[in-house]
Design a protein around this ligand. Structure first.
Ligand SMILES: Cc1cc2nc3c(=O)[nH]c(=O)nc-3n(C[C@H](O)[C@H](O)[C@H](O)COP(=O)(O)O)c2cc1C
Length: 444
């Protein structure tokens, strides 16, 4: 996230942690260049357009921790990274709450042009009450309603990206003085519950047209939305077994929706501590733990506060804790609780340790093979500090994975979608957005 303290709170205090200076574009350019040299698929930005915690609650903890506050817009940053990289995928999160779909679709097409087809959009519905207040709502709508909203939002942007401009519309015919062919550019005439959008889409088709579609959110309605829309799902399952179940269920739903199981890829969030030896890794872990701020994790997950904003005492039994945050993340976190009568204080410790893999390169690679066997296609490496957490993966883990044939040795040319799926630049015909191709050709 384009902020000082995204996920592992307290770590920005480390002298080597460049995220403390996240306003400095060179921090991100340096990271993107390292990731590309290491042949990563992409850089993935989470985002929140509101302060974590209750809408009207005390946010002094967020301010003190640098927890998503201050933060900057990831999409704007990606345009800088796009011109300093050639192959790296550029994924960012944008909530349906924060931008009108007409404007959002235009922004994404522009980024896809600038990056020559490397943009991915993580479609989220927001889980933070303060976000609702920032965009004129009293409260976030209920989960089912948010996903209905997301379905219409997706429809609008699909119509603009896939249906407004036919292939070959742009002629740049200097002789005849025709820039684009009027017969091939269409209005979309969208009239829905929340949006009325006439069109046409203002940008001409970008290399991918629709960006690679990520989704994060794994409640029942979340999985159904992913099954229909996502090409990549970002999960944070506590174990490979839990991942296996989420993947199987989502893929079965995708097949029901007329897609193929392999049309949806799954990326698991993991945090690594890698040493040349097990002892070195354990020593490194102890060093990282000395910077942990447990309170930051509780603020982020909304689990440390009652819905009215007052904090739970640390000895409150976990069974009494309610959250306004992500149901899936809460469920996954509870699954990680092994103490007999866990309390809020345990939760902080669990949250700091979740999805952590510690050891030598060989040991970490063994663990990754377990995730792969569960159906996970890739890993979202969540960092302790930037750029060190990634450099460690590049220097220590990737050579081991390459020895096992589990990581690429060069980039293939082309767009992000072509790199990930090896089947062209555009969404495949099984995706619902494909139905809008040519759909607006009459009555332009
Ligand atoms: C792994 C994961 C990552 C997420 N990342 C973000 C994010 O960066 N920004 C955001 O607004 N919501 C994020 N969400 C929230 C979801 O988009 C969704 O709004 C929320 O999880 C509620 O839906 P659910 O109950 O289906 O999970 C994330 C959720 C999960 C599970």
């Amino acid at each position: 996230m384009n902020t000082a303290s995204h996920y592992h709170h307290g770590q920005w205090r480390q002298p080597v942690a460049r995220q403390a200076d996240f306003n400095d574009v060179d921090v991100w350019i340096d990271l993107a260049e390292r990731l590309e040299a290491g042949l990563f698929d992409g850089i993935f930005f989470a985002d929140q357009v509101g302060v974590q915690g209750p809408a009207d609650g005390d946010f002094s903890g967020n301010v003190r921790e640098g927890l998503h506050l201050p933060s900057n817009d990831p999409a704007v940053l990606l345009s800088a990274l796009a011109v300093r990289t050639k192959h790296l995928g550029l994924a960012f999160t944008s909530s349906i709450v924060q931008a009108h779909p007409f404007d959002f679709a235009r922004k994404v097409s522009t980024l896809d042009h600038i990056s020559r087809g490397r943009v991915a959009w993580n479609i989220v519905t927001s889980a933070v009450e303060n976000t609702a207040r920032n965009f004129g709502l009293d409260h976030l709508p209920e989960r089912e309603e948010r996903y209905r909203w997301a379905a219409e939002y997706a429809d609008v942007v699909y119509k603009l990206w896939e249906g407004s401009w036919d292939e070959g519309a742009v002629l740049k015919d200097r002789e005849r003085g025709i820039y684009s062919d009027p017969a091939k550019v269409h209005r979309i005439h969208h009239e829905g519950e929340r949006y009325r959008v006439l069109g046409p889409h203002l940008p001409s088709p970008s290399p991918q047209r629709t960006p690679v579609l990520f989704q994060a959110g794994a409640s029942g309605p979340g999985k159904a939305f992913a099954a229909r829309n996502a090409e990549a799902v970002f999960i944070a399952a506590p174990t490979p077994e839990v991942a296996r179940a989420v993947i199987a269920e989502t893929r079965a739903l995708a097949v029901e929706a007329g897609r193929r199981a392999e049309d949806v890829k799954f990326f698991q969030a993991l945090t690594f501590v890698i040493g040349d030896t097990e002892e070195e890794a354990r020593a490194q872990e102890a060093h990282l733990e000395s910077f942990i701020s447990p309170g930051g994790y509780l603020i982020q997950m909304n689990y440390g506060n009652r819905p009215d904003g007052t904090p739970y005492p640390l000895d409150t039994p976990l069974s009494e804790v309610r959250t306004t945050g992500s149901q899936a993340v809460l469920d996954w976190t509870r699954m990680g609780v092994t103490a007999e009568n866990p309390v809020v204080g345990d939760l902080a410790r669990i949250l700091t340790r979740r999805n952590r893999v510690v050891g030598s390169p060989a040991r970490v690679a063994d663990v990754l093979e377990e995730w792969q066997a569960a159906g996970v296609d890739g890993i979202n490496v969540t960092n302790w500090h930037i750029p060190g957490s990634y450099q460690e993966v590049i220097d220590k883990l990737l050579p081991e994975l390459r020895r096992r044939g589990l990581a690429r040795t060069s980039y293939t040319p082309g767009t992000l979608r072509a790199k990930l799926f090896g089947a062209g630049d555009h969404l495949n015909d099984r995706h619902p957005a494909a139905s809008y191709r040519g759909a607006f050709a009459t009555g332009a």
